[in-house]
Ligand binder design. Structure first.
Ligand SMILES: C[S@@+](CC[C@H](N)C(=O)[O-])C[C@H]1O[C@@H](n2cnc3c(N)ncnc32)[C@H](O)[C@@H]1O
Length: 340
């Protein structure tokens, strides 16, 4: 698992590897991490890159099951963590941490991370572990899974905005195209879009199985060794659209960067290429590098505000992928703020 691990990090982060080595066995075996069957993704790597220190202040922008927050609190007895999640049910899981870490080391903010500028103070490290949590995926009634019958909801915060069924009922051609083609990366998006547009809005799918059935009916059966259910990409695209996931990330990253102290670290774990592209470009901008191939602006027009501390994006080891299949597509990038 650890062979070649140090090559993942830049020279500037070598000091953190010692910390990582010390924490590794304890983190891997900790019953705490596996409480409720929840395993934080790239736990050791993110903790190491955040370089938790005595008295440091950290922001976990995606509290979820509190797995990373717990690791941050355990890493240093004097560290303080502000956690944030837009899902009201995260408060239930927060209670467990509040019991385990009494005092004022842990704060919580129920809000989308695009509003993290409203959290008071500045931070030595900020972590984003994007996407949905295993708690959300596993709770059938939330409507994220196409395998179990439930109202088609898919909202991370069921108290805000339109459910996926309501979104589908009012979606025009452009909305459906963006969700299925751009966010779902479904090649045959046109077929499902046409089918939905031919239906009266009130007749469009209202449950998970109704939408999954429609996808099965109109989309070709995927072929090849890694066959996925025809609804997989459709559900992914719809979820991203309903929760405005990409807009949230694009709005939050500059706000997070502004909240970092000098030397503070920003660590982001993404789960698909669309998210990762936003992170990669934004990080290049902070580091004063060309943001994409066509970016030919002269160097003097760029500002170097940060350094990249992951020479290559970090991915889960084969061992982690095996023990936690949900980590499979995770990709981590991190930067360190160099200017005040
Ligand atoms: C992958 S889980 C995080 C798991 C967490 N790191 C842990 O170890 O338990 C992502 C969490 O981020 C939350 N989330 C996703 N997008 C969000 C947003 N834009 N604003 C606030 N919370 C968000 C989700 O509700 C979910 O609980």
């Amino acid at each position: 698992m650890v062979v070649g691990f140090s090559s993942l990090f830049s020279a500037g982060s070598q000091g953190t590897l010692a910390t990582l080595w010390r924490k590794l066995p304890q983190a891997k075996d900790s019953a705490m991490i596996r409480r409720d069957g929840h395993i934080p993704v790239l736990a050791e790597e993110s903790l190491s890159l955040l370089e938790v220190h005595q008295g440091g202040r950290y922001l976990d922008a995606t509290f979820g099951g509190g797995g990373h927050t717990r690791l941050l609190l355990e890493a240093s007895p004097a560290a303080r963590v502000e956690a944030l999640d837009r899902d009201p049910s995260a408060r239930e899981r927060l209670k467990v941490l509040e019991q385990d870490f009494p005092g004022d080391r842990l704060g919580f903010h129920g809000m989308p991370f695009s509003r993290l500028d409203e959290v008071p103070g500045t931070f030595d490290g900020i972590l984003f572990d994007l996407g949905v949590s295993s708690f959300q995926l596993d709770e059938n009634a939330r409507g994220f899974s196409f395998r179990k019958e439930a109202p088609l909801d898919m909202r991370m915060n069921p108290e805000e905005g339109l459910s996926a069924a309501e979104w589908l009922a009012q979606a025009g051609e452009g909305d459906l195209k963006r969700a299925f083609r751009d966010y779902g990366e479904e090649r045959h998006w046109r077929r499902l879009t046409q089918m939905l547009l031919s239906m009266r809005p009130v007749d469009r799918p209202k449950t998970t199985l109704a939408l999954a059935g429609l996808a099965e009916e109109v989309l070709p059966r995927p072929r090849g060794p890694r066959r996925i259910h025809p609804a997989t990409k459709i559900f992914q695209g719809l979820r991203i659209a309903v929760n405005r996931e990409l807009e949230e990330v694009a709005e939050a990253l500059p706000k997070a960067f502004a909240k970092l102290n000098e030397g503070g670290r920003l660590v982001v774990i993404s789960f698909h290429s669309l998210e990762d592209r936003i992170v990669k470009r934004q990080f290049k901008r902070f580091c004063g590098q060309p943001e994409h191939r066509g970016d030919s602006r002269p160097q003097q027009d760029r500002q170097v505000l940060a350094e990249n501390i992951t020479r290559k994006p970090v991915r889960p080891t084969a061992e982690e992928r095996q023990t936690n299949p949900r980590s499979r597509s995770a990709i981590l990038r991190a930067i360190r703020k160099t200017t005040p």
